[in-house]
Ligand binder design. Structure first.
Ligand code: FMN
Length: 206
């Protein structure tokens, strides 16, 4: 197949979505939506690297606490996840929604009950690239939490992927199911959680 050069883009490279859970200074939880997330090796251990752009409540909390959770976004919690990626964590009413959460098993971080797969992460190093106001965090995976049903023996990867129903996205501002079904536009599904939600300043740059 002939290849052609195009302007720099990652538009056909699907990105997995995670809701990051952090604790505010007053020990209440905050959740934000993120997709610039991938993996790396830290010595012999699997690690996580994630990019966070511009100033936002999630980054303030991570810098202060050095720990956070990354909760896999799945079809059943996509409206809530999209809401967390729309409302600004510095607005007092962001967390005034019906959200079922609990503390993680190993680290003092909040996790979403509706997420079947959760990383508990501790920041190992912050790479302030100095080329923009975004930053990259290298993180140790301190624990992984899975819904117990996903640990039953005998299920194929295909069955597990179907059961999990992870959501992905791209810079096209759309959400897609793992099997290719269209799931809606960024900031639209959030209206199922709060019909009059406004796109916060922190979400504008992403
Ligand atoms: C689909 C989607 C993906 C996003 N991914 C990122 C990301 O990877 N990095 C980032 O800095 N912001 C990302 N955002 C924006 C944040 O979710 C947004 O700034 C939100 O306000 C963060 O929550 P907070 O204000 O409570 O910190 C994304 C938003 C959406 C809708």
């Amino acid at each position: 197949m002939k290849k052609v050069s195009v302007p720099v883009t990652n538009d056909l490279c699907p990105q997995t979505l995670f809701v990051y859970g952090t604790m505010n200074q007053d020990q209440t939880p905050n959740f934000g939506l993120f997709c610039w997330f991938s993996y790396c090796w830290l010595g012999d251990d699997l690690g996580v690297m994630c990019a966070i752009g511009s100033s936002k409540r999630t980054l303030e909390n991570i810098r202060r606490n050095k720990v956070f959770s990354a909760n896999l976004v799945v079809e059943k919690n996509l409206p809530l996840a999209d809401y967390f990626g729309t409302a600004d964590g510095r607005d007092a009413d962001k967390m005034d929604v019906d959200v079922s959460w609990e503390m993680a098993a190993q680290l003092p971080v909040p996790v979403l009950c509706s997420s079947p797969f959760v990383f508990e992460l501790e920041v190992e190093r912050e790479l302030a690239a100095g080329v923009s106001d975004s930053t990259v965090l290298l993180c140790r995976i301190r624990n992984v939490l899975k819904d117990e049903s996903l640990t039953a023996e005998g299920k194929s990867s295909q069955e597990l992927f179907r059961e999990v129903a992870a959501v992905c996205t791209s810079v096209d501002n759309d959400y897609w199911a793992w099997d290719g079904r269209y799931l809606g536009k960024w900031h639209e599904r959030a209206k199922e959680i709060k019909p009059d939600v406004e796109i916060g300043a922190a979400a504008m740059g992403n």
